[in-house]
Design a protein around this ligand. Structure first.
Ligand code: ZN
Length: 172
């Protein structure tokens, strides 16, 4: 069961977005892949080399004595179980694929530098559409907002009820 939330882009001036998002995420269910106390400190991820220190995953140099494990994002990637996705649906997509992919990757790079576990898992292309899957529920919203900001159109956010998941869909 998904809860649907339409966000007309005309009602989202740039400064208002963060507060709006924070209100939603306060109620968001916890990611089951991020279990408290699961990792010893320090731990480094065997796949992406992120390090777990002071209770969170971040980028940096792993100490020599670090334990080794799989971080929650790499665990999801191995399980092929995205937490979020953003679908771009429009004939506009066919003519602007490279720009849209670049924009999604740019948003990922910015998000990932601050939040090591927020990443793109895959980009699936089809006629008139593009689907970007992610390891977290923040990046789909961020990409949808960036696409709407750059190319107009409207997007809808569907938060999974009682579980950690978000599907965003942009159309124009
Ligand atoms: Zn990892």
């Amino acid at each position: 069961m998904m809860t649907k939330k339409t966000v007309p882009t005309t009602l989202m001036p740039h400064g208002g977005v963060r507060r709006h998002g924070a209100a939603i995420f306060d109620d968001a269910p916890h990611d089951p892949y991020q279990v408290r106390g699961k990792y010893a400190e320090p731990t480094t991820c065997a796949d992406c080399r992120a390090i777990y220190v002071r209770g969170r995953w971040r980028w940096g140099e792993a100490p020599a004595e670090a334990h080794e494990a799989l971080c929650p994002a790499c665990h999801r990637i191995r399980d092929r179980l995205p937490a979020g996705e953003v679908r771009l649906v429009s004939t506009f997509v066919d003519a602007h694929r490279d720009e849209l992919v670049a924009l999604a990757l740019n948003e990922e790079a910015r998000e990932k530098s601050e939040h090591a576990l927020h990443r793109i898992m895959g980009i699936d292309q089809g006629p008139g559409r593009m689907t970007v899957t992610t390891t977290d529920i923040h990046l789909p919203r961020r990409i949808a907002e960036a696409v709407a900001h750059a190319y107009q159109g409207e997007f809808v956010l569907e938060y999974a009820k009682n579980e950690y998941g978000l599907r965003a869909e942009w159309r124009r």
